[in-house]
Ligand binder design. Structure first.
Ligand SMILES: [Zn+2]
Ligand SMILES: [Zn+2]
Length: 134
């Protein structure tokens, strides 16, 4: 399937000729600031399926950890993708257009959620990473 995404101002656009994988939401303080929201909403993508179709020259990058970075639209500030070793590793679900045929499968670090966030019942949630017992 063909999935498209774009930033808030519409200057930067991409397409994914394939499927998104492993959609997740992380509620840690770093992800809250990265996504300017209560949590991240992110899915992995195969780098060979991903291509920028407009505005790639407007992208700004920030490496939050060695080899792991994020790319933003320098005009409107939308965070579009995550990178690993300079290659696209995943996309922010908020910038996707329409239905990408995936749902967030699990929530991470709900133990560090913001005091103002209410976690809805019924979700798969982990206090920390996905290997702890809750
Ligand atoms: Zn933009
Ligand atoms: Zn996080």
């Amino acid at each position: 399937m063909l999935i498209t995404g774009e930033c808030f101002c519409g200057s930067v656009k991409y397409q994914i000729d394939g499927k998104l994988k492993d959609a997740r939401s992380c509620h840690c303080s770093r992800c809250r600031k990265t996504f300017s929201a209560q949590a991240s909403a992110y899915a992995l993508v195969d780098v060979d399926d991903f291509s920028w179709i407009q505005g790639q020259d407007l992208l700004t990058s920030y490496e939050s950890m060695p080899n792991f970075g994020l790319q933003f639209c320098s005009k409107c500030g939308s965070t579009l993708c995550g990178t690993h070793n300079g290659e696209v590793h995943g996309v922010t679900l908020g910038c996707i257009n329409g239905d990408p045929d995936i749902e967030i499968g699990y929530h991470l670090f709900v133990g560090s959620k913001a005091s103002w966030e209410v976690i809805p019942p019924g979700i798969t949630a982990f206090t920390e990473g996905p290997t702890d017992s809750n």
